[in-house]
Design a protein around this ligand. Sequence first.
Ligand SMILES: [Zn+2]
Ligand SMILES: [Zn+2]
Length: 340
Amino acid sequence: MRIEKLAGGLVSIPVPIPDNPLRYTLSYLIPGDHGLVVVDPGWDSEAGWSALKTGLAAAGATPADVTGVVLTHVHPDHHGLTARLRDAAGAWVAMHPAERASMLRDRQTPPSRALGDWLRGLAVPADEIDHLLGTFGADVDRHFAPLADADVLLEDGDLVPLAGRRLRAVWTPGHTPGHLCLLEPDVGVLLTGDHVLPRISPNIGLQLTGGDPLGDYLGSLDKVAAYDAYEALPGHEHRFRGIAARAAALDAHHRDRCAEIVDTVGRLGTPTVWEVAAALTWSRPWEKIGPMRVGAVAETAAHIELLVSAGRLARSGGYVTALSTKSTSSSAYRSAPAAT
Ligand SMILES: [Zn+2]
Ligand SMILES: [Zn+2]
C-alpha cells in the first residue's frame, strides 16, 4: 500500500501498525484554504510518525501546516499518534462528544480492570479471565492511557472548522459510541473509519458501559447506505464504491449471526454468554482463538443484547434463555434507529 493522491487534493497515507494483521491504518489529509486537517493519524510508533511526515511532504506540507486533527474514533490504531502530531503542529483535536466521554471513562478506570469486571458479569470462568487479562491487559492500558483529549466536539451534521471545505460529521455509533464518518460532498467521498470496511466485518461489542451497540450499528449502516453515490475512504484495507451493497452485506451477516445465536440458546437451555460464544462457529476452532476470545465474547454479548431488545431472548446476569422459538422477519432484530 502506497501514499495515494486522491481527487480534490486529498491524500491517503498507510500508517503502519506493527505486528498486526491489519498492517496499516489509512490516514487522510484534507487541505483547506489555509492549512490542512489530518483524519486519524494512526498508531503511535516511529515508523508511523515517519510515514505520516512522508505523506505530508507528498502533499507539499509539514506538520506545521496541520491546523486540526479529526478522529473517526479513539481506538489507538487511529488516535495513537494524535498527541504527537498536535504537539508538533499546535493543532486542535476534534471528535464526537460520546467518543470523548468513553475515552475519559477509560482514563478513570484502567480498561483492563473494567474489562475484567465486564467479563465476570458475563459469567466467563475466572481462570479464563485471568488468562485473557494476563495475555494483553497491560498492553491495553499502555495504549489507551496517553490518548489526546478533544478541543473541538463534533455533533452529527456539524461542519469541521476548515475554511474552503464543506466537511461534515455523520454520527455512526456502533463500532464505538461516538464513531464519526466524514462527508465531503464536493469531492463525492465518505470517510468511513472502521464503520464500513470493504472486506472485514468491524468488531461490534467491546462496549463496557452497556447499551445496545449492535442495534446502534445496524441503524448506522442504514444511515450511510444513503450515500451510495459516494466513494468510501475507509480506515483500513482500500477505498471502494458500493456503500449500500456493503452495508447490506454487513447487515445480513449480523442477522445470520442472530439466528444462529437464537438456535444455540434454544439447544443449550440456559447457557452463559460465554457458553454461547464457545458453541458458535468462528473462522477458527474455539480452542485455537486464544486471547481473541475477548473479541468473540464481546461480539456474542452484543448480539444477545440486540435479541433481548427485540424480545427474542432474556438475559439475567451472565445467563441467557430463549423467549420465543417462532422465526421472525429480519425487522424483529432491529432496535430503534440510532438517534440523529
Ligand atoms: Zn476501531
Ligand atoms: Zn481501526
